[in-house]
Write a new protein. Structure first.
Length: 250
């Protein structure tokens, strides 16, 4: 049975003091559930301190991005080894903001996925279409291209355990949310694609999250869909009570 995973992507929010305050509030308000895995993804500058504060809890720590190289002259980049050294178990890769704002292409994301997997860090692999792509009928072809290019050269054994996050770009930070039916349709399509690429067993055991203006009010109905296995939460994770209620409603 697939585990529900709720991850909070803090994005470029919260300095070190604010990050400490937020994680302490989350620890106070969050009700531990055996059937839901909770992950937080603070900015790089807070990872070490948040990692210390998560000691003794079952909350996982994720980075928001990483480089595909081990070390060297890559100014501003952060390696998998660096992330592991501060306690990161997960890393978000291919987020639409990295794709659209910073020009990251499928080939680069593929290299990052391979590096994370080889270093024992679980990727949260993000995919999703823009509003224009959805309205022009290209949604499924865009999703298929992102998945096949992103996972090129990655075997079933290596992919196992990877988390997939479907985030329609038009729903991120806009207040618009795909209806549960719209989201379910895409999640089922993704799962079937993984079945064709790998196997039915892998497809049925892969966690596929939904992301895009997830709130306490809609989390339960979204995650209640057959193929939706959790949420990658943006703005609503920046308040402890909101994030904790999303976990509760999951």
């Amino acid at each position: 049975m697939r585990k529900i995973i709720v991850a909070g992507n803090w994005k470029m929010n919260n300095d070190l003091n604010e990050s400490v305050l937020l994680i302490n509030e989350i620890k106070k308000t969050l009700v531990n559930r055996d059937d839901v895995k909770v992950i937080v993804a603070p900015p790089f500058t807070a990872l070490d301190r948040v990692s210390q504060l998560l000691s003794g809890t079952n909350i996982g720590l994720s980075a928001q991005n990483m480089c595909y190289e081990d070390s060297g002259a890559f100014t501003g980049a952060v390696s998998a080894k660096m992330l592991k050294s501060v306690g990161c178990e997960y890393v978000i890769l291919g987020h639409s903001e990295r794709r659209t704002l910073f020009g990251e292409k499928d080939a680069m994301i593929n290299k990052k996925l391979k590096k994370a997997i080889s270093e024992g860090i679980t990727p949260i692999f993000c995919i999703g279409e823009t509003l224009e792509e959805r309205e022009s009928g290209k949604m499924k072809s865009v999703i298929e291209e992102q998945i096949k290019n992103g996972l090129e050269g990655i075997s079933e054994a290596d992919f196992e355990g990877t988390i997939v996050a479907y985030e329609p770009v038009w729903a991120i930070g806009t207040g618009k949310t795909a209806t549960p039916e719209q989201a379910q349709e895409v999640h089922a399509f993704i799962r079937n694609l993984l079945k064709e690429m790998y196997s039915e067993n892998l497809a049925e055991n892969t966690t596929i999250q939904y992301g895009g203006s997830v709130k306490p009010e809609n989390a339960g109905e979204l995650i209640g869909q057959k193929d939706i296995d959790g949420a990658l939460v943006g703005g609503a994770c920046l308040k402890a009570d909101s994030f904790s209620n999303i976990v509760k409603n999951a």
